[in-house]
Design a protein around this ligand. Sequence first.
Ligand code: C2E
Ligand code: MG
Ligand code: MG
Length: 767
Amino acid sequence: MTQSATAFSSDFEDVTTQHLVRVAGWGVLLIGCSIAMLLALDTPVQTGRVLFNLGAGLVGGLALVLARLRHWRLAAHLLVWGVWLFVTLVAVRNGGVHGPNLLNYPVLIVLAGWMLGGRATVLLTVLTGVLFALFFWADARGWMPQVPEGNTLAYAVYLCGILLLTAAATLLSRRNYLGRVDDAQRTASHLAASEAELRKLLRAVEQSPESVVITDLQGCIEYVNQAYLLRTGYARDEVLGRSSAAFSSNGLAPAQRQGLQETLARGEVWAGEQVNQRKDGTSLAEAVVVAPIRQPDGRISHFVELKQDITERKRAADEIHRLAHYDVLTSLPNRSMLVEHLTGLQVPPGHDGPARVHALLLLDLDRFTTFNDARGSEMGDRLLCAVALRLSQQLPPEGLLVRVAGDEFAIVLHGLGGDMAQAGRNALAFAAQMQAALGQPLRLQGDAAPTQWTASTGITLYPQSGEDAVHDALRRASTALHRAKALGGGQVAFFEREMGQAAELRFRVERELRHAIGAGELRLFLQSQVDVQGQVVGAEVLVRWQHPRDGLVSPAVFIPVAEGSDLIVLLGRWVLEQSCLLLARPAFAGQRVRLSVNLSARQFRQPDFVDELRQMLARSGADPTRLTLEVTEGLVIDDFDDVVAKMHELVALGVEFSLDDFGTGYSSLAYLKRLPIRELKIDRSFVRDASTNADDGALVEAILSVARHFGMRVVAEGVETQAQADYLVAHAPAIVCQGFLFSRPEPQADWLARCAPVDAALNENSH
Ligand code: C2E
Ligand code: MG
Ligand code: MG
């Protein structure tokens, strides 16, 4: 359809009107042409009448063509006004008010009414009225022609046509009218149904057992239902118009809230759980769905929040979780929690770098079955609860204590140090602590006297690799537990036997050494240092441990253990104190003999070390200029400046420094220059092979030349053969030798007796 056609037919979408245009068009065409044809048969032919009727018929035909082209309005106008014009012409010829043509006018007015609307109809009626008035006026004056002799057939056709056209127009209009009435009734009943539906929906929303909140686009509450009010305790006017976030999403974490806003901004539905607050401040767990409400054009106009109270469901889920993961008797986590926890400690795939090492301990109470059988299961339960409490009191904050089954408990210790050996020792120390705790008297309700308990403990480290599975770790711990039980109760066993032994040894040494220092089990041994002439010029103090069970223990066994803890400080203090006392004795007063004492880095780093030594020297009266402190290169690695400062303070007292085991460490000449070192001790590994191995020989010569350059004294340790001594003297005539060739380390009394007989005698007399 063209644009002009659209403009013309804009109010002609009505099908009935289009039918009317068509029916009227055909009616006018047929009636006009038929009458024209019939009149043409008259003799004589009245040409004017024939032409006017034919003209009217053609108007009908033209209207049909326009209708075909969908120019409905134009067709209707043409029909009404065209026919009116031709009818008027015919009527004038047919005698005006006396002619038969007046019937046309009412029909035309009716058609105009249906097809052209009110204004055209009024105009047509007025024009027709004026025309009639003119007819009457002309007739009164006698100006109108006589009604001509008619063609009866044409007249009959005319009357029939008019009747049929009127009937058709009326029936069509009636059909249209009835259709509209029908439509109106349908719309009314539809509206009523919609309203009922709406009321039903409103009631459903209002009475829904779940909270419903409707907000505008800014989140201001426009509607809340009854359930919301009941559940939150607010009154309707307390929430309407206020931001929903103040009531509804106050339980959301900031990230969750952001997610909610972004989802809604995308026009999508957000669903999640919130812990909101009631008006009285109590919390309310809710499953919430927030959805946009769209208008028919797709625009979002509101949001609806649907909230389901899940407080009870959550409580039930928590309870189920508790029952599934906790032991009912002791309230400790149970085996499934242990498995979950251990799974969480596995090395994540793709993890590089050192994994944290944890320990899994399985504890089984000794004699529990006997106790349970003898005293009954109620007392057995009480014992288990008491043991659980005692163990939990020993647990480090990040440890996990689990009741696995019966009288078996598991403990997971986390992050036990960098390496497996260290972790093993820590686990063992903890196991001993647990044993000690269980060993404390335990009084059960209903028991007259307290009892003491022991447990067998199996330990494994976990995870041992990226593939170490939880059930493997449990199996290892269980194997270790069986081993511990087989030892007869109260024992600890490692799954990793070697580690167990090493850790066990270290652990035992540490514990016993701590006791040994206070119990006077340490001994000072001295080893002479001699010059080229074989004169004793000094002695190195070497500590020994007179163990009540194991006899004399070498420092090679216990010094490394002591260095792992504060024990080395206690031990070093004791050695230094004894050495000062020794130095204050007459043996050293008379001769120019020096005493060398080994100093551990940890002891040197004690903030009050300088003061401590100063006081020791003052108390004992020892001559500081006879004291050499042997340090190793490891000492100067960290905090070089602090070390240098401290050394200078001590040098100012008169104390000298010797660099022990020189050549085995970093041997940096740069720091040698800056440190106040008076003496280098060539490590015995070089001394041993210097005379036979060219490399070692070159090294010793290099050390000698460095010492010469810096003006340092050189002591060669570990001289065992004359060849070694000769080699050294040949290269450095001023060298001091220390080694089995001259003397072995000996108890201080023996050394005094040999090297300073006067002093030894004095000493004996004084006792
Ligand atoms: P060190 O300071 O290098 O001591 C020299 C070690 O070599 C001593 O071993 C000594 O007995 C040994 N030795 C001496 N001459 C010979 C020899 O001709 N052949 C052989 N094979 N060995 C010889 P010891 O007494 O077992 O001491 C070992 C280490 O323990 C010492 O090495 C020192 O680092 C440490 N140590 C000993 N006493 C103390 C102490 O009181 N405090 C500290 N912090 N460390 C000490
Ligand atoms: Mg030494
Ligand atoms: Mg040495």
